[in-house]
Design a binder for this molecule. Sequence first.
Ligand code: NAP
Length: 255
Amino acid sequence: MLMQGKQGLVCGVANKRSIAHAIAKSLHREGAKLAFTYQGDRLKKNVEEIAGELGSKLLYNCDVTKDEDIKKLFEDVKKDLGHLDFLVHAIAFANKDDLEKNFSTTSREGFRVAHDISAYSLIGVSREAAPLMQAHGGSIVTLSYYGAEKVIPGYNVMGVAKASLEASVRYLAADLGQHNIRVNAVSAGPINTLAARGISGFTKILDMTPQKAPLKRNVEVDEVGDAALFMLSSLSRGITGEVLYVDCGYNIVGM
Ligand code: NAP
């Protein structure tokens, strides 16, 4: 029961395939008390059901493109929970258009949207979460992908947004470390989720990984859940500003 007595907020559960769902399951297994966000009414019922299965009735609506939503979210969390020990940020979006065409055709607006939702939102939620973590310290984890570092065909503007996200992890870690708040990223291998299906050629990426990865297979979502659990628990208390690869070793192979 690594997370007994700990409570936190999970952002980014869309359905049972979501990486955030796997992280929430690992946290729940280890005794954490959980609260969840959802975006708009479309997914509310889904998230309500998932939260219920993980022993939670704490659900908040938040579109991370809206500062007022983020502010209200943490005001409500403060009222309901008082403080936070951890925060999971598993949110990303890019226009489908920008994931299908050549990278050089990325529009100014498409670039803005991808960076706003996939990178800036980490800064927005971390800023509001920090005052709720300061008394006891806290741990924030976001989700990245290898496309931040190397060119992955079709990942396009999302790769550039993930590079910005990973740099933001380091700057946030440097900023919030004085309050004993740690900020890290888990860089997951490809997993068949709603967001992943928006990436053209995603199936090719899934098929190619086992050929190159040292473990000769794709990563399982529960393995990402457990790695995030490690980063959110006191076992990783000496680690901040890091990107932890959970990709069956894919990233270490040159050819
Ligand atoms: P997912 O289940 O589709 O989760 C993405 C989440 O982002 C959804 O809950 C989505 O909500 C939310 N979101 C998008 N725009 C939002 C907004 N404006 N405000 C609030 N929430 C918003 O897909 P996933 O693969 O688990 O993605 C989670 C994270 O893991 C992402 O950062 C993704 O880039 C990262 N990741 C995924 C993979 C992979 O292969 N799947 C690999 C490495 C990293 P709505 O559905 O309501 O829009």
